[in-house]
Design a protein around this ligand. Sequence first.
Ligand code: NAD
Length: 538
Amino acid sequence: MGQTTTNVSSSSSSTRSLGRTAGRPASLTTSLLDRLTALISNPSGQAVKIIAPFSGEAIVELPQCTADDVLSAASEAREAQLDWARMDVRSRAGVFLRLHDLVFANSETLMDLIQAENGKARRDAFLEVADIANTCRYYARKAPGLLDPNSRRGLIPMLTSVTELHHPKGLVTIISPWNYPLSLGAGDTIPALLAGNAVIQKPDNQTALTTLFMLELMTQAGLPAGVWQVVTGRGSAIGDTLLDVADYVMFTGSTESGRHIAAEAGRRLVDCSAELGGKNPVLILDDANLDRAVEGAVRACFSSSGQLCISGERMYVADAIWDRFVPRFVDAVKALRIGGSYDFEHNMGSLTSESQLRTVETHVEDAVSKGAKVLAGGKARPDLGPFFYEPTVLSDVEESMTCFAEETFGPVVSLYRFKTDDEAIAAANDTTYGLNSSVWSSSPTRGRAVAARLKTGTVNVNEAYAAAWGSIDAPMGGMGASGIGRRHGEGGLLKYTESQTVAYQRMMNLAPPLGLGDEAFAKVMSAALKVMKKAGLS
Ligand code: NAD
């Protein structure tokens, strides 16, 4: 089947025939789909139809789980976890090093699945593949050092020896969204499993096949049966049961759902991480390198059609460079090639669902009706597929407009002028969210100084989002309404463990030795503590 492609700078679309169908890629054979749906844990509910955003065609009838199915999956997982946790951590790590290679060996199918379910451009799908390989390598190499028993300084040097142990939590519930099915699905599962846990995961129905394919690859890499259970269903149907069975909850999704899940986890006294929404600012300072800033700003706002939690939706541009930066930025946005194909022809794909499209349309219509100007884009593209929307740049956006403060989660950015760095920082921080920001300046000192004053969990100086996200050794997560807890880095694995302190006391008890009264003991202890401070001990 041929397909439509367009460069949004032209008002009429040109039609070209590309090699691969926009309907369903050839790799998604009936036998693959049957194999994947058979991996869902005990689904006894009514199947739901999942459609491909590029074309609106059905991809699969996805079987659904009931609350009872979740309970059965949880007990299978708990059983399997016992042997998995007993395995040496280096053997567990070996599974993920093999998975790394399998991910690359199967990258074409993975990208096909991600595109078919999510509708993003292939380059964005590839970045998920690269990201998951990065995660496998990092945690497989890092886990032994983090999980081996760790010596801590004891109360009395030589007499008290202390070891910190890390035990798996047990069963981790992971609830993941549809926008980055690989990075935000398997990406969190890998450290949770490496820490010796079993995982019960509920991907969004729209992108469950990608998660199930990862389960197939992990099984090939040597993950024992039952340790990773994938259940399907709506949050409203099985969400509470998933929380009931959890020893830890990792949630990624909207702030609204995150509040509910964190409150429920709190009621059950189960720890949780919640990675939520954002309204991320991009600051173009007056000394920015304009070539780099234009390219980076386009990527910041339109990667994955703006359905990226760390995407830029507000851009603050220094007054001094507004007239040079804005026309170049707008031209670069208009030059984006949007369309749906299972190859690298396009650099922006579709939105994922009708409800995403409605939100984007509503935000833009609301802004325009109240006086915002459209500098690029501004309309849906049903000629390309049911949910396509042009990359859109707005100016003259004001507080009364919905898109001023609310997350759009689509390809829409609002531009604002500023005169001083203080003014830009204050505007950027004037939000309840605090996920990611991006600052462009040719001065490392100035860029870093502005970054430190922004209230977001990650700040990228002279990059859109990939520098902080891809630096997996450092924590990643949101402040304020953007979440609690962090993924990535040491904490991104240790949060899936219970730490236990084992203190071993040699030779004498921590009580007055024989013949020493309580008062004399208090004097000896006070003197010893003062000596420790003088000796510079911590
Ligand atoms: P959502 O909250 O509607 O759904 C996310 C997942 O949670 C889905 O699997 C859904 O079925 C499930 N869910 C919803 N309510 C539930 C409940 N009560 N119990 C159990 N599960 C429940 O979010 P969405 O619209 O699918 O995703 C988009 C949102 O996610 C955006 O706000 C975006 O910013 C955010 N997001 C954040 C990050 C991050 O790392 N901070 C990453 C990606 C997406």
